[in-house]
Design a protein around this ligand. Structure first.
Ligand code: MN
Length: 322
């Protein structure tokens, strides 16, 4: 069925700078050279082809973020803090040139939990950013760790979401060794990120900060598919810290998902049934995915007009207070 063309706001859309690209040397090893040649200039460009594509395919606004991994791989905490501030100032300057077309997520140096919380507050209150996007673990440490809780506390106080974006696992999982097809976004990122969220659930982050919203890309990194099984097996496993709710109840309450990099009706329908239309937001994953394909998908997905409007702009407008 042909959908109705509606207003569109997207929120997993990436950029980079020469300063940030030095952290991506490992992540690019498994990616085809031709693809890298295509995406690199698009990551560095802020208002050339990026805006042309948005105009061409009817994207009204894009919320921009530093591409994975960024400063979270910086071993020196002070250098990471300084570098994050620098990139956030740069992003704010670029947004100011096109304030109706671009918004931003803060880049945070979690190497210093308190500094990350302060930088989030500076970005939201002074630079007008809409939350943060965090590229997975920070030098192998995950966000269930209590050293990171000041950031969750501040995000909850500020009423802004944290987008948890994938990054490479800290070490290659043994069942992926020898198969570059399983590295990065093809497989590893999904299991790495879903596992990260489960660590946060079982670590009590959402019991302690119940108003937190975490946004996941890629149609929820497989979590919508396994809600029932998570609950069923939770009941039979040992618990170090028993939860107040079932695992699925945190995912339904604290997680919102985007369509970034997942332009297919089957996972969309699963996510609609698992989480509901109020918790899904259209996104592209520019420049790694084609805007034309993303728009074709969402305009023609088997959705009611009301649900399509929620997914294309209504939910994100409410979440980010746009
Ligand atoms: Mn992405």
């Amino acid at each position: 069925m042909a959908g109705k063309t509606v207003k569109k706001i997207v929120l997993e859309e990436h950029f980079s700078t020469p300063e940030m690209s030095k952290y991506a040397t490992d992540v690019v090893k498994t990616i085809d050279d031709k693809f890298l040649d295509y995406v690199k200039p698009r990551l560095m460009d802020m208002n050339g082809v990026r805006l042309e594509e948005m105009d061409k395919y009817g994207i009204d606004m894009a919320v921009l973020s530093v591409t994975s991994p960024g400063v979270q791989l910086e071993p020196d905490a002070a250098a990471a803090v300084k570098s994050a501030k620098h990139i956030n100032d740069y992003l704010a300057e670029e947004i100011a040139k096109h304030p109706t077309r671009f918004a931003g997520f803060a880049h945070l140096a979690l190497q210093d939990g308190k500094a990350a919380a302060d930088e989030l507050e500076r970005c939201v209150k002074q630079l007008g950013m809409k939350g943060a996007l965090i590229n997975g673990h920070t030098n192998g440490e995950y966000l269930d760790d209590q050293k990171f809780w000041p950031m969750w506390e501040r995000a909850e106080e500020l009423g802004v979401p944290v987008y948890l974006h994938p990054a490479d696992s800290p070490t290659m999982p043994s069942n992926e060794a020898g198969y570059p097809e399983m590295a990065g976004p093809g497989w590893q990122w999904g299991s790495e990120t879903a596992g990260h969220v489960l660590r946060m659930i079982y670590g009590g982050v959402f019991d302690r900060f119940p108003k937190t919203t975490v946004v996941l890309g890629h149609m929820g990194e497989t979590l919508p598919f396994i809600l029932w099984r998570l609950d069923s097996r939770y009941a039979m496993l040992k618990h170090t810290n028993p939860l107040k709710l079932k695992p699925s109840e945190y995912i339904k309450r604290n997680i919102m998902v985007t369509t970034a990099g997942s332009f297919s009706d089957a996972p969309l329908m699963c996510t609609m049934l698992a989480l509901g239309a109020d918790r899904i937001m259209f996104s592209i994953d520019y420049p790694y995915e084609e805007t034309s394909q993303a728009v074709e998908f969402i305009d023609n997905a088997p959705l009611s007009d009301e649900d399509r409007e929620k997914i294309c702009y209504g939910n994100v407008t409410r979440l980010l207070k746009l």
